[in-house]
Design a protein around this ligand. Sequence first.
Ligand code: MF3
Ligand code: CO
Length: 265
Amino acid sequence: MIHYKTEPEIELMRQSALLVSSTLAEIAGMLKPGIDTISVDKRIGEYIRDNGAIPSFLNYKGYRFNSCISVNDVVVHGFPNEKELKEGDIVTIDIGVIKNQYHGDHAYTFAIGNPGAEVMQLINVTKAALYKGIEKAVSGNRIGDIAFAIQEHTEKKNGYGVVRELVGHGIGRSLHEEPNVPNYGKKGSGPKLKEGLVLAIEPMINMGTREVYTEDDGWTVRTKDGKPSVHFEHDVCVRKNKADILSDYGIIEKAEGANPHLFTA
Ligand code: MF3
Ligand code: CO
């Protein structure tokens, strides 16, 4: 069943989404070569709790961390660990919160130092594809219109691999609600979009082939060819004429630009 949100619910969801954005901005200020990702994860947990919310990934289906931190060929669901980030790594930080009973869930990929032009291109194209998908999140369209726009920009135009096994989702009082939001598909297919539907749209795009596998830990998803993968995610409310992006990359990009250790487009 699809849950359409009322205006007051949408405003609460905006608060949850923006708390994830400000957490990502806080983290953008501390990323640098030599930092280990478990200390990043600890800061994420503190920041969320200091702001009156709960990290929603912790204990989700037995997950043991506040966030997912996915480095280089890890596509999603990387465990924070003791390993230090190094110059040229790319790192996706995916964070979820519950505040006032509503979930926020979004992600951003950062470059630690310069990963090279090819990888920067993958980052830029994936972020641009997310916005191309978001443009289609207006009432009257269908899920397939979002999916098609993302696939066109990444796979068709740039020859990247679009991960099939993991998809975006509705979000609200639950982290994952109906409908699924794939990053590949046909125009005009799938459930119809109606005002008040809130979606987590999240392209996961591989530099090489689309194939992935899950490690024996049951969570860590990696590319089969070992090439890097990028993931961007926004929480978006379907509206009549223009999609309403509840999360905010502006504050993250500002913090990213102010950190000399991070490479930006
Ligand atoms: N952000 C992921 C998603 O959209 C969820 C992470 S799984 C968890 O589904 F276990 F870390 F919560
Ligand atoms: Co998500």
